[in-house]
Design a protein around this ligand. Structure first.
Ligand code: RNT
Ligand code: ZN
Length: 415
C-alpha cells in the first residue's frame, strides 16, 4: 500500500495548480485556537451540587454512563480529548466548575480556579471563562435584569467576581481569556413591560464590567431567541446585544448557531456584524429543530461559517468556541467529534482558491464563479486533513480506537 506522503504529494500538487498552498493552510489551521467547552464532559452539571439541577431553559439529554464527577476526572477526560484534536486548543470553563473552599457565586475568587490554571499552564494552553447565571436558587426570577434589587446585586457581584477570575486566567496562562456573558432571563408568556428588564440589564452590565483589565480578559455578550420556559420573551435578544456591542466597542458579540430561528443562519450574519463590531465570539453548535445543542457536524452551515471567515479575512477577529452538550454518547468522543469537524471545516475553507474566485466575481464572470466553487468541493482535502493530523501528532480517522481504550480503562471504572 502506498503511504500518506505519496497521496499528500498528489493533493499538494493539485491544490498548487489552482494557486492554493496546502502547507500554509495546514499551518494556519493548526495555529487557530478553538475553545472546547468543559461542560460537555458532565452534562452541564458543575461541581457545586446545588439542589436545583440544570436550569436556565437549557437541557442535556441522554444517560450515557461515566460522566466526570469532579475536577480531576473532568481534566483527565479533557487530556484525552486534547490528545485527539489537532492544533491549538483552549478550554472553556464555567463558573460553577469552581473547586477548593466553598464559595457562593458572588464570592468565588481566583483561588477557586487555581487547579484549572495550574493544569492549563502545565499543558501550555489558554483558558476562557463564563459566569454561571443559571442552576442556582437565586436565578429563578431573572439575574442581571431582575426587578428585585437584591437579586440583581447578587448577580452583578457574580459578574465582577468572574471578570477577576478571567483576568487571573489571562495572567496565569499568558493568553487572553474571553469571558462570555449569557443570562437566561426571560418569560414563558409575553410580558406587558418588555423594556424595563432590558434597561436594568444594561445598567447591570455597565456596572459589572466597569473595571478595565487590559489585555488579560475580554467580555462577550451572547444573545438568544428562546429557551425552555422563556419561549415568549428573552431579555438578551439578538437586537439587544447587537445594540449593546455597538455602544461598547470593547465588548465582543457572541453568536451561537443554535440561537436563531431555524431558517436563519449565522453564516449569513457574520459580515454584517463585522461591518460594525471588532471581534466576534462564536458558539459553534448544532440545533436540530430547536436549540438542542447537538454535537457539531461537518455540515453545510459549519462549512459556510468557515468559508465566510476565510473569504472575508475576519478569522483573526473571531474567537471560535464550541457549545453543545450530548449526554447520549461517550462524552469524550462527543467533544472530539465536534472539535475535529470544526477544524476540518476550517481547513476546507482555507483550501479554496479565493483570489481566483474573487477575480472571476470582479470580472462579472459568475459562470466561472459557480462552476469552480462547485468543482473545488471534491478536491482531495481529506488527504490534507490526514496530513494535518499527522503533523499535529494526533491520530487520523482511527482516533476512536484510543477513545474506546480510554473508556474501557478509565470511564467504565466510574460509579
Ligand atoms: C445557552 C447558551 C450558553 C450555554 C453555556 C453552557 O443557550 O448557549 O452559551 O450553552 O453557557
Ligand atoms: Zn452558547
Amino acid at each position: 500500500m502506498k503511504d500518506i506522503n505519496c497521496a499528500y504529494e498528489y493533493a499538494r500538487e493539485q491544490y498548487a495548480a489552482i494557486g492554493v498552498d496546502t502547507e500554509a493552510a495546514i499551518a494556519k489551521v493548526l495555529a487557530t485556537p478553538v475553545s472546547l467547552q468543559c461542560w460537555q464532559g458532565d452534562d452541564v452539571k458543575g461541581f457545586e451540587s446545588l439542589e436545583t439541577g440544570l436550569t436556565g431553559g437549557i437541557m442535556s439529554t441522554g444517560a450515557y454512563p461515566g460522566k466526570a464527577r469532579n475536577g480531576e476526572e473532568l481534566r483527565a477526560d479533557l487530556d484525552q480529548v486534547l490528545a485527539l484534536v489537532p492544533g491549538t486548543n483552549k478550554i472553556n470553563v464555567h463558573a460553577f466548575y469552581c473547586e477548593g473552599a466553598k464559595a457562593d457565586r458572588n464570592e468565588i475568587t481566583p483561588a477557586n480556579f487555581s487547579a484549572w490554571a495550574d493544569w492549563a499552564v502545565e499543558k501550555g494552553i489558554g483558558l476562557d471563562f463564563n459566569p454561571t447565571f443559571f442552576s442556582h436558587p437565586m436565578s429563578d426570577d431573572g439575574t442581571l435584569s431582575a426587578a428585585d434589587e437584591n437579586v440583581r446585586k447578587f448577580w452583578i457581584d457574580h459578574l465582577i467576581a468572574c471578570r477577576e477570575i478571567s483576568a487571573y486566567f489571562g495572567e496565569r496562562t499568558g493568553k487572553r481569556c474571553g469571558m462570555n456573558i449569557w443570562i437566561p432571563d426571560g418569560c414563558k408568556e409575553r410580558p406587558i413591560d418588555t423594556l424595563s428588564p432590558r434597561l436594568r440589564l444594561t445598567d447591570s452590565l455597565e456596572k459589572g464590567c466597569a473595571k478595565n483589565y487590559g489585555n488579560l480578559m475580554k467580555d462577550a455578550v451572547e444573545s438568544k431567541l428562546f429557551g425552555i420556559g422563556s419561549e415568549s420573551y428573552v431579555v438578551g435578544s439578538h437586537e439587544y446585544y447587537m445594540g449593546y456591542a455597538m455602544k461598547h466597542p470593547e465588548v465582543m458579540f457572541t453568536m451561537d448557531t443554535g440561537h436563531y430561528h431555524p431558517t436563519e443562519l449565522v453564516s449569513s450574519k457574520l459580515t454584517a456584524i463585522f461591518s460594525f463590531v471588532d471581534e466576534v465570539l462564536l458558539h459553534v453548535s448544532r440545533g436540530v429543530r430547536w436549540d438542542s445543542d447537538h454535537v457539531v457536524s461537518f455540515d453545510d452551515e459549519t462549512q459556510a461559517i468557515m468559508h465566510e471567515l476565510v473569504r472575508s479575512n475576519t478569522l483573526d477577529r473571531t474567537n471560535i468556541s464550541l457549545d453543545y452538550f450530548d449526554g447520549s454518547i461517550n462524552r469524550v468522543a462527543a467533544l472530539v467529534i465536534g472539535a475535529r469537524n470544526t477544524k476540518k471545516a476550517l481547513l476546507k475553507a482555507m483550501l479554496e482558491p479565493i483570489d481566483m474566485l474573487k477575480a472571476a466575481e470582479a470580472a462579472g464572470d459568475t459562470t466561472t464563479r459557480l462552476a469552480l466553487t462547485e468543482e473545488y468541493k471534491s478536491y482531495p482535502f481529506g488527504i490534507v486533513w490526514e496530513m494535518l493530523c499527522q503533523r499535529a501528532g494526533v491520530p487520523g480517522a482511527n482516533w476512536l480506537d484510543q477513545c474506546k481504550a480510554y473508556e474501557k480503562t478509565v470511564i467504565a471504572a466510574r460509579g
